[in-house]
Design a protein around this ligand. Structure first.
Ligand SMILES: NC(=O)c1ccc[n+]([C@@H]2O[C@H](COP(=O)([O-])OP(=O)(O)OC[C@H]3O[C@@H](n4cnc5c(N)ncnc54)[C@H](OP(=O)(O)O)[C@@H]3O)[C@@H](O)[C@H]2O)c1
Length: 172
């Protein structure tokens, strides 16, 4: 089972501001939907609360330390290990080979050492923000695909879709 990080990162490493994503990027939303559809998605409690509704057609798995947290339309777990465990079960039921890890920074930081693939959208801008993607050790990852696009009608900025594959084996 492959663990795949899906993220949109600005050139300055920003991924969020005030609990939201600091850009409007319709093209990236379509790309995100395409990558994650029919898969389990693991996210932190703050990212869940930034969504307007559960991501349809996907198993929404929300990680929180709060045992009483309720998430309508999602599955709440109290550890990343449990998230991984139920994500694998959902993936098997759906007949897919990938578990998608969709943020935010806290979740990326903990899962990066165990991820196999990163599906990264580079946002060609340097917006202000308060949440950053963790530094990637260049020696651990190899770029296997890159597509640059000019911004479309529903995008704030130009962007590139980049796929990174781990060179070294994930640590677990
Ligand atoms: N650009 C992108 O691609 C992208 C993607 C996703 C999110 N974002 C942005 O990133 C920001 C949110 O990121 P964030 O780092 O602040 O929060 P987050 O990672 O979404 O959620 C953090 C919360 O997850 C729970 N958690 C994390 N690790 C846990 C563990 N090991 N066990 C149990 N619970 C755990 C905790 O919830 P409790 O406090 O409830 O215990 C923690 O406070 C927002 O601005 C969002 O819009 C951007």
């Amino acid at each position: 089972m492959k663990r795949v990080i899906v993220v949109a990162v600005a050139e300055n490493g920003v991924i969020g501001k005030d609990g939201r994503v600091p850009w409007k990027m319709g093209s990236d939303m379509r790309h995100f939907r395409h990558l994650t559809m029919n898969h389990p998605v693991i996210m932190g409690r703050k990212t869940w609360q930034s969504l307007k509704q559960p991501l349809v057609g996907r198993d929404n798995i929300i990680v929180t330390s709060n045992p009483d947290f309720k998430a309508e339309g999602g599955h709440v777990v109290n550890s990343l290990e449990k998230a991984q465990e139920i994500a694998e079960e959902f993936a098997k039921m759906r007949g897919v080979e990938q578990i998608m890890i969709i943020g935010g920074a806290d979740i990326y930081r903990q899962t990066l050492p165990h991820a196999h693939l990163i599906q990264m959208t580079e946002i060609h801008a340097q917006p202000e923000g308060d949440t950053f993607f963790p530094a990637i050790a260049q020696s651990d990852w190899r770029e296997i695909a890159r597509e640059r696009h000019e911004k479309g009608r529903k995008d704030d900025y130009d962007y590139s879709f980049v796929t990174l594959e781990r060179i070294a084996k994930p640590s677990k």
